[in-house]
Design a protein around this ligand. Structure first.
Ligand SMILES: *Cc1c(COP(=O)(O)O)cnc(C)c1O
Length: 486
């Protein structure tokens, strides 16, 4: 299996070649040259597999340069009931992503698939935990080391730290805005005592942290000498790891492989739902893929109008589903590539236009950049958006009717799923975080605290390990170099 860049760069790397990297050299994103197909027979055979076995089967189709036995042991080590133990009381945690029927009326079934039972209580653990093991394995084979430098306002940084803690050959340097994360998120990250994890609280806002990372990355000599890498959501292996739970959800919601299901996905950077698109391209019988956004509705706007218009920082709102507060959707280029039939020259031109003009228009109207919006339905995509008031109403309603507390991102998904559900086709909402992570809004909606999984009761009281730093590129460079000794 070789990979291409959405913008046409001619190298055709293998899975291991792109594992540790981010963008392709031409600024594009990696996709497989052809999507592997999964037949109905194969799908039926997969019904009997555990989550780890299923993950190995999916991975084997994409990582053809890693021996099958190694893939199996990496998956078995990653997807254990112990790692994904933070289910709700009564959840069968050995399922890894337990599926529950939320509501049934007439021919309509709404289900919830929990992707947030991992160490940081959010779905990013699903991919990041595998990435940690894949990185450690690959670095050992190459006798190499890697220093991950990242900026976070919450979910990504903590998922990365919990995935990389204690891993040989890897250090994590994570910048976060000092005193700007919730007490729970801060405690999750800063209570880690592993010597290969460095928490750096920057005097500034998230953008200052991101600028420091960009500043370091633009010094190519430093970056090479210090073996600096990233783990952002465009990483191809993260997308592949996420493909697995679409198969699991489908198999758990159906009895035979001629049935269809739909998914609604709380979306920000389009990473999660991009994996659903890939599962569908592989032949998984998905009817609709519904993009649920919050007030930051750049994706909803595209799926309604064909116009992709990235937002300026000042237009990007801070909402109560903060992990979906995006100005542009970094994985969207992968879908656009497929929508344009793989025409890399046009993808390149459109995303240059994003840089120069802030967007593009595929509506087919006079003066637009193309008419491919008409084909979006063939890929199953639909969309909806929700507001803070919708989230509060949904959290209250689901609690009152089903006795289940859902987080704000999942509430966005449920609200939109109810608009898009069809008779006879089960609708699966992906639960992307547990409510304890976003307790402020749970209190606002319900007047009480969200339950915390066992072990998280007193997390804020644990000793914290972090360094405070000015927002300065030279300071972080010195900090990294002193600790790597490179
Ligand atoms: C990251 C995140 C999302 C958005 O996922 P994308 O892959 O960026 O679309 C949604 N919900 C939660 C809780 C997240 O952490």
């Amino acid at each position: 299996m070789h990979y291409l860049s959405t913008r046409g760069h001619e190298a055709a790397p293998l899975f291991s070649d792109i594992l540790l990297g981010g963008l392709a050299p031409d600024g594009g994103l990696y996709l497989p040259q052809v999507y592997p197909r999964v037949s109905g027979e194969e799908l039926d055979a997969w019904r009997r597999l555990s989550y780890a076995e299923l993950a190995a089967e999916v991975l084997k189709k994409f990582a053809t340069d890693i021996p099958a036995r190694d893939i199996e042991s990496l998956a078995a080590k990653t997807y254990t009931a112990d790692v994904y133990r933070n289910g709700r009381p009564g959840d069968d945690v050995s399922r890894i992503t337990p599926l529950r029927v939320l509501e049934q009326s007439g021919a309509q079934t709404l289900l919830l698939q929990s992707l947030s039972n991992g160490p940081t209580l959010a779905f990013k653990d699903m991919a990041m935990q595998l990435l940690g093991n894949l990185f450690e394995y690959t670095l050992a084979r190459q006798r190499a080391e890697l220093n991950i430098l990242g900026a976070t306002s919450g979910d990504t940084g903590s998922a990365a730290e919990y995935a990389m803690r204690g891993k040989a050959g890897i250090r994590v340097f994570m910048l976060s805005p000092h005193r700007k994360m919730s007490a729970f998120q801060t405690a999750q990250m800063f209570s880690l005592q592993d010597p290969n994890v460095f928490n750096i609280a920057v005097d500034g806002v998230f953008d200052d942290c991101q600028d420091m990372v960009k500043g370091v990355s633009s010094d190519l000599a430093f970056k090479a000498r210090q073996k600096i890498g990233t783990v952002n959501s465009i990483n191809w292996a993260r997308v592949v790891a996420q493909v697995v739970y679409y198969f699991r959800g489908y198999l758990d919601a159906t009895r035979s492989s001629d049935q269809q299901v739909s998914f609604t996905v709380p979306s920000g950077n389009f990473g999660n739902i991009c994996a659903g698109h890939i599962a569908r391209m592989m032949g998984l019988p998905i009817s609709k893929l519904v993009v649920a956004t919050n007030e930051n509705d750049v994706l909803h706007e595209f799926f309604q109008t064909g116009v992709y218009r990235v937002r300026k920082s000042a237009e990007t709102l801070h909402t109560s589903s903060p992990s979906m507060d995006i100005s542009k959707a970094s994985n969207f280029e992968r879908f656009v590539h497929d929508l344009l039939g793989g025409d890399a020259a046009r993808v390149r031109a459109l995303f240059r236009k994003v840089d120069t003009d802030g967007g593009f228009d595929l509506s087919g109207k006079p003066g637009s950049d193309g008419d491919e919006f008409a084909k979006v339905g063939r890929f199953g995509f639909a969309s909806g958006r929700s507001s803070h008031a919708d989230r509060l109403a949904t959290i209250r309603d689901v609690d009152a009717r089903h006795g289940l507390v859902v987080d704000t991102h999942t509430a966005d998904g449920i609200k939109v799923a109810r608009e898009q559900i069809e008779d006879g086709i089960p609708m699966i909402v992906l639960e992307t975080a547990l409510p304890a992570k976003f307790n402020e809004t749970i209190r606002e909606a319900l007047g009480r605290d969200a339950e915390r999984p066992a072990g998280f009761e007193n997390i804020e009281a644990l000793p914290q390990r972090f360094d405070v730093m000015q927002a300065d590129v030279e300071t972080i460079k010195r900090y990294v170099a002193e600790r790597t000794g490179l």
